[in-house]
Design a protein around this ligand. Structure first.
Ligand code: G3H
Ligand code: 13P
Ligand code: ZN
Length: 343
């Protein structure tokens, strides 16, 4: 089946009460790992690329790899989503290339670091919604600001500086007409999220639940949702790495989120850790090896294992065959009809 709209995947997930992992990719092996995990667990899947990934892969390489994925795994409903689009133009260029879903992250200014005003966020997100929906493409927006990643996309900080305000979330959804809403509840991007197993003082699940109560029909998105498992940290450190002790988002907290409206869960760091650990192990144990396949194969396998585990934990496993795909053209009609009905 061709790449499908994220709105369809999330609507289906909502009907049956499960979450869908959105996994970041930069290269062929990561795409293969996700698609193999999806086949093994029979999961619908969201593959996402950041601006950095688009630039690393020269955009078209990535897009054509995704077309290969749809040819080779026709039974898997697969979305290609832009992660953290920093401007209206970035979102438009992704849509023109063939992404079936985009995130307009107007919680930050186009520099990807400076928190923006509510008015700026509404205007940029609304503009993307109009452009995207006219083409059947899904839009994710963000209200509140995540922490982490000083040198890439992100405002830095702990993640508690700009936790989402439920009233603002309601107003933001009304004014933008988006499909999925990313909220800030204390998580941050990267490996260093929490200094100990998080409790309610740093991971604000109560806030998530309050937002869901106000917006019961909106698909919520949890960013910064890697669990940063100790075993993956240990492999890296055992084979010459130097990660400091750290904690991620426990899977049971994500599962609580899924019971309360979370339909998309963003995971990148756990896969980075799995890949790096596997490569380090091969190079450490067999320093005479120099064929990239000798370490890329175990790296791909290690990522597949993490992705398959998350697919099972999020509940998307077993749901790949539940529905036939809706084309972007049909989605365009759906959005046009919903706009008429709303008047
Ligand atoms: O949003 C963060 C994702 O982990 C992507 O990271 O911008 O380094 O590709 P990146
Ligand atoms: P992690 O760094 O926790 O994997 O978060 C990824 C993410 O939110 C991508 O948008
Ligand atoms: Zn993110």
């Amino acid at each position: 089946m061709p790449l499908v709209s994220m709105r369809q995947l999330l609507d289906e997930a909502s009907k049956r009460g499960y979450g869908v992992g959105a996994f970041n990719v930069n290269n062929m092996e990561q795409i293969q790992a996700i698609m193999e995990a999806a086949r093994e667990t029979q999961s619908p899947v969201i593959v996402q690329a950041s601006r950095g990934a688009r630039s690393y892969s020269q955009d078209k390489f990535l897009y054509h790899l995704m077309l290969a994925a749809t040819e080779l795994y026709p039974e898997i409903p697969t979305v290609l989503h832009l992660d953290h689009g920093n401007s209206v133009d970035t979102c438009k260029s992704a849509i023109e290339l063939g992404f079936t879903s985009v995130m307009m992250d107007g919680s930050l200014m186009p520099d990807g670091k400076t928190p923006s005003s509510f008015e700026y966020n509404v205007k940029a997100t609304r503009e993307v919604v109009e452009y995207a929906h006219a083409r059947g493409v899904t839009v994710e927006g963000e209200i509140g600001v995540l922490g982490g990643i000083e040198d890439g996309h992100g405002a830095g900080g702990t993640g508690l500086e700009h936790v989402t305000d439920p009233d603002q979330a309601v107003e933001f959804v009304e004014k933008t007409g988006l499909d999925a809403l990313a909220i800030a509840i204390g998580t941050s991007h990267g490996a260093y999220k929490f200094t100990k197993k998080p409790d309610g003082s740093v991971l604000k699940m109560d806030r998530l639940i309050a937002i869901h109560k106000r917006l019961p029909n909106v698909h919520l998105v949890m960013h910064g949702s890697s669990s940063v498992p100790k075993d993956l940290q240990d492999v890296i450190n055992k084979y010459g790495g130097s990660l400091k002790p750290t904690w991620g988002v426990p899977v049971e907290e994500i599962q609580l989120g899924i019971k309360n409206g979370v339909r998309k869960i963003n995971v990148d760091t756990d896969n980075r850790l799995a890949i790096t650990g596997a490569i380090r192990k091969v190079l450490f144990e067999t320093p005479e090896k120099f064929d990239p396949r000798d370490y890329m194969k175990p790296a791909r396998e290690a990522m597949k294992k993490v992705v398959a585990e998350r697919m099972t934990q999020f509940g998307q496993a077993g749901h790949a065959g539940d529905y036939a795909s809706i084309s972007l053209k049909e989605m365009t009609k759906f959005y046009a009809e919903s706009a008429v009905a709303a008047k």
